[in-house]
Write a protein that binds this ligand. Structure first.
Ligand SMILES: Cc1cc2nc3c(=O)[nH]c(=O)nc-3n(C[C@H](O)[C@H](O)[C@H](O)COP(=O)(O)O)c2cc1C
Ligand code: SF4
Ligand code: SF4
Length: 314
């Protein structure tokens, strides 16, 4: 069996999980390639029997580079595949979007799994509710998931039936990943407030600090190629996915965003909604809390505790 793991990562969590899944596949006696999404070609997928695709959840879904990759998949009809992701407090609609999109390409989805992980959103409290993941237990789970995928794939290719898990739809999906009873009455209002800040956000280049053309880091790494050049400085076009990778990783801290404006509506989202989702999923046994409630750093959001570059792209 020839298998491949394709992953996109910004801060390294998805890479850690992808590598562990791969170890599980190899321990099961199978070959496995592993490729960063940026270096993967959709036309090469035709040579694999089992394809795993993983990425972080960003703003409640996959980033457009993942959507585009799925849409461009070729020669995969009938092949086995699985989806995985890493996220902070809310698994939300990711699988509900990605799994049907992969099925539409003709893939047979034989599994999916998500992992709670540390989050490095600029306005997120530090420490955050889901920090300190992935830990050894998560990594073991990922290795076992890799083994499970190999075993299931082998048996299905050998002709066994009834092994494909039913993908939850509608209410069943929401109860597992996106519990509607926890949506606060004020959620539309909070979202509207946050949406307004997002829509009005300006990315300002500090021309004293920017080192273009010696540095092209932001344009090379923007997942949606939203950064061009105008008058010898980076310029932001209109297809920004609001992943903030450019601001967080600019080696010179030359991109400025008014994080103060984001802080209040984001805190409201975490307090009124995201922390409730985590409580719910913890009670159901899907989340293990490694940061005590009283440790959560409401007054020390990531952008206040660390200046850019806050992390290096993995
Ligand atoms: C801009 C941004 C948006 C995010 N949005 C979400 C989200 O909507 N839901 C969630 O649970 N986690 C969210 N996260 C947290 C990431 O999904 C989580 O940290 C993930 O493990 C990062 O994966 P990586 O280390 O592979 O990049 C977000 C993080 C960033 C930086
Ligand atoms: S990453 Fe920073 S220094 Fe480099 S080109 Fe972009 S804004 Fe300028
Ligand atoms: S411009 Fe910056 S924030 Fe927007 S998608 Fe690109 S890297 Fe992300």
């Amino acid at each position: 069996m020839k298998s491949v793991l394709i992953y996109y990562t910004m801060t390294g969590n998805t890479k850690t999980i992808a590598e562990a899944i791969r170890r599980g596949i190899i321990e099961s006696g199978e070959q496995s390639d592993i490729i960063r999404l940026q270096e993967a070609y959709t036309k090469d997928l035709a040579e694999y029997d089992l394809i795993g695709l993983g990425s972080p959840i960003i703003n409640q879904k996959e980033l457009p580079n993942v959507t585009n990759f799925i849409e461009g998949m070729e020669g995969v009809d009938g092949k086995h595949a699985f989806a995985f992701n890493t996220h902070g407090a809310s698994p939300c609609r990711y699988f509900a979007r990605v799994v049907p999109a992969m099925e539409q390409r003709g893939l047979m989805i034989i599994g999916w799994k998500d992992w709670f992980c540390s989050a490095y959103y600029p306005v997120i409290p530090k420490p955050y509710i889901t920090d300190r993941h992935p830990d050894e237990t998560d990594i073991k789970e990922a290795e076992n998931f890799g083994k499970e995928m190999v075993e299931r794939s082998r048996r299905i290719y050998a002709g066994e039936t009834g092994l494909i898990p039913e993908f939850p739809k509608g209410k069943e999906y929401d109860e597992r990943y996106n519990p509607p009873e926890l949506w606060p009455r004020r959620l539309p209002e909070i979202f509207a407030e946050y949406g307004k800040v997002m829509a009005e956000a300006e990315f300002i280049i500090d021309k004293e600090k920017c080192n273009y053309p010696k540095c092209t880091h932001c344009m090379d790494n923007c997942p949606v190629h939203n950064i061009g050049v105008l008058d010898n400085f980076p310029v932001f076009h209109r297809s920004c996915a609001m992943c903030f990778l450019c601001e967080q990783t600019c080696p010179n801290g030359a991109i400025e965003i008014d994080w103060e404006a984001f802080q209040k509506p984001h805190d409201k989202l975490v307090e009124n909604w995201l922390s409730k989702i985590v409580d719910y999923l913890e009670a159901k046994g899907y989340f293990r809390r490694l940061v005590r409630r009283e440790e959560i750093g409401w007054d020390t959001p990531f952008w206040k505790t660390k200046k850019p570059p806050r992390f290096k792209i993995q």
